[in-house]
Design a binder for this molecule. Sequence first.
Ligand code: GDP
Ligand code: IMO
Ligand code: MG
Length: 466
Amino acid sequence: MDGQNKIIIGAYWGDEGKGKIVDLLASEADWVVRFNGGDNAGHTIVANGKEVVLHVLPSGVVQGRNAAIGPDVFFNPKSFFADYESVIKAGFKISGRILIDERAHVIMPYHTAMDAGGGATEQLGTTKRGIGPVAKDKASRTEDITVSDLVGTGFKEKLNAVVAAKANELIGNRITTAAELNKYANEIYMQYVRYANELKKYVGSCAYELNEALASGKSLLLEGAQATLLDIVHGTRPFVTSSNCTAGGAAANLGIDIRKFRIIAVAKAYPTRVGEGSFPTELGNYEDAKKERKGETLTAAEKKKAIDGDLPLLGKWIRQDGREFGATTGRPRRTGFPDFVALRYSGMINGADEWAITKIDVLSGKPFKAAVAYEKDGKKTTRFPFKLEGWKPVYGRKEYFWPPMDENEKMAAVQKGYDALPQGMKEYVKDLAISTGAPVSMVSIGPEREMTVVKDALKRTAEYLK
Ligand code: GDP
Ligand code: IMO
Ligand code: MG
């Protein structure tokens, strides 16, 4: 990093590789901060030959940075400890401070049970981590449990009061029975009081700590979870998550001044989506994707068919090459052609200063197009509609293609910089920059930390915009 404060957010429907980019930038940040979502997030870091998937801890912990979990995060203690252990197990040290905001809301067993137990939100295809139910309790202001409650002396009374207030809901959802209600509350208490004892030392105020850090010249790296199109306000409702996933959301929810931050939007080279909801540029369909297993390979004949225009096969090829299976739930991710309409929208909503393009290596050897507009019933728009249903993509005339890079070519590009990337790839990056009006500061060509082309990227892509 360069001493500059940065906000990293996802531009599509999640899983853009935010974890990789945050890990890369973390080496020079003093604090890395998760500001939204909960353990519905799965952020993958590949470094020193190890892979770590984090759900609660910000990706910067792997680089030994101070790690903060902000007040708008839905905090699952069990996942926090699991993250902590997986970092240690992979051979990394957690050497920085850990700060968990006292205002964050705690995910309780009944939240996950409600999310996993079917009901009205079943059709959304959630991660079943209790995110919707805990967000609902947060909004109620009477049935919520904060981290402050959890580690406070009145936790037992608070928990009993909340369980009593929610009795009908818990019994109605068959989570417990009227006769077992007290026992149920007590079991949760026994489990959570142990967490509380372990967590106490980490609890504090992100607003004060982070603003003091900013004032003393320390640098902050804010790590978004989920992504703009899953944002509770600006996303593709109702198929969204329950928190703010945007750069503005980061500032509002941490209580920090957004003017002090550079905003980097992470755009996967092609969009993916897990769960339900419209997806205009989808290749193939979700029902077929659900039948697929990780590691299935395409035959040479199938690859040829995909190159010749079999789009469902191309979608499968991208899914398999990109290992597009959820880091949290293992579900196959739906894959699609790049969508400049969506990216332009995300760039606008976040005020993106620059793009980090990830997984561009996955598109190597595969011809593709990018959506530049949508149409429906003879109407055309370059805006991203609130209700996406029925809008079909209008593709630009250009077809992008470049042959796969071998390891030597990849290493050469990392060392020599942007100019050494394949011509077809640069053509795509150029059109993405022009379409969205923002330059590209990083091009990621592999999951490993070092497989990132940074040198000259911003300079060259800014030239496209002149
Ligand atoms: P996040 O939720 O945005 O942090 O992304 P995930 O970790 O859920 O999913 C991204 C996946 O892509 C992970 O498996 C990463 O290791 C992998 N990845 C990240 N960047 C690249 C890249 O440039 N190329 C390839 N091939 N894989 C990448
Ligand atoms: P990261 O941070 C991809 C999706 C779910 C579902 C919808 C609502 O790894 O990018 P929720 O459990 O939040 O109530 O589910 O949002 N979703 C994600 N998709 N990546 C994520 O996180 C996601 N977090 C939630 O699949 O469609
Ligand atoms: Mg993910």
